[in-house]
Design a binder for this molecule. Sequence first.
Ligand SMILES: Nc1ncnc2c1ncn2[C@@H]1O[C@H](COP(=O)(O)OP(=O)(O)OP(=O)(O)O)[C@@H](O)[C@H]1O
Ligand SMILES: [Mg+2]
Length: 370
Amino acid sequence: MTDLYIGLMSGTSVDCIDAVLAEFSEVDGELRCHTRAALGHPISNEMREAILALCAPGPSELDRAGQLDRRLGEEFAAATLAVLQKAGVKPSAVKAIGSHGQTVRHRPPGSVSTPFSLQLGDPNTIAALTGITTVADFRRRDMALGGQGAPLMPAFHNAVFRTGRDRAVVNIGGMANITELAADGQVRGYDTGPGNALLDYWVKLHLGQPYDADGAWAASGAPHPTLLNRLMGDPFFAAPAPKSTGREAFNPSWLERASAGLEVPPADVQATLAEVTAASIANGVREFARGGELLVCGGGARNNDLMERLRRRLPTWSVTATNEYGIDADWVEGAGFAWLARQTMLGLHGNCPAVTGADKETVLGGIYPA
Ligand SMILES: Nc1ncnc2c1ncn2[C@@H]1O[C@H](COP(=O)(O)OP(=O)(O)OP(=O)(O)O)[C@@H](O)[C@H]1O
Ligand SMILES: [Mg+2]
């Protein structure tokens, strides 16, 4: 018995909308996830600017958020129809869509007195334009139970990547998050800090490129020891889990504050930022276990320089993109939201309280019927 679900993800990098058509089957009580088709639906520059503008406080936020919510719903629907067309599959064959939405503010417990997380991309619009039942708003139920509402992927990683050995999975998107799958069955996970977001910002500022392809620019520089120490001195890195983060904490002004009084060549800043991403991930991995397999997903898995930095810091670990383990690194998160929709439709919990800090397991999200 196989079921088709679609996962939609637009992450903190705002690079594109990931749309993944995932096929789930259970073989001898074990879940299999096969990505039938996937694509990155483009986001226009104008829409990217509108999203990024809403990621920081500013005037007329409610009107801008209300309109962007509708427009993103339309884009998510278009991404869905495009991936279905690519696969040659009819909407009626899909059980449900799991849509993460576009985060414009994430204020987890500990950062403000009343924590919240806000994603845009109206699920009513998605359901209306696709004719497919849509599940959305995955973070807030976990937060209502005292959790961080993040990261959500460890539960999915546990469902599809667990083995009898120590394994870690790291997703390097705009921010980075780690999942620790211990040989004894325990699951832990948390956000480690910045992933690609600042690398993207810095290369755009200096070379006008949307990202540092293969990390070539970072590889041409050398990490600046003082800047690296200052950045790694951020209390977030040493704080215990559960913890989650976003652009609210790791942004250009964070880099500017740490750079005060230092003259660092731009390529060395890029190398330092890459080292911050690698070091914060590697510290988490080393704390988890002495050695094992580290599976890397998200856009960062394409960054050779970043992968090499991880390998240098983790000589007792095999560091490989998830492609080697059955799911393309680019589509793991999208497949994860397809899985979360499946959990919700089956009435199964989607959160992992050991990861998010929620009081208990819970079914996540709201269902918007076709
Ligand atoms: N060939 C490449 N070389 C270097 N970096 C790359 C390459 N391809 C993609 N990337 C990086 O990956 C980023 C996109 O990653 P991804 O889509 O996983 O992040 P995201 O959308 O922010 O997701 P998340 O929700 O996990 O934060 C790009 O912004 C870029 O920095
Ligand atoms: Mg992305």
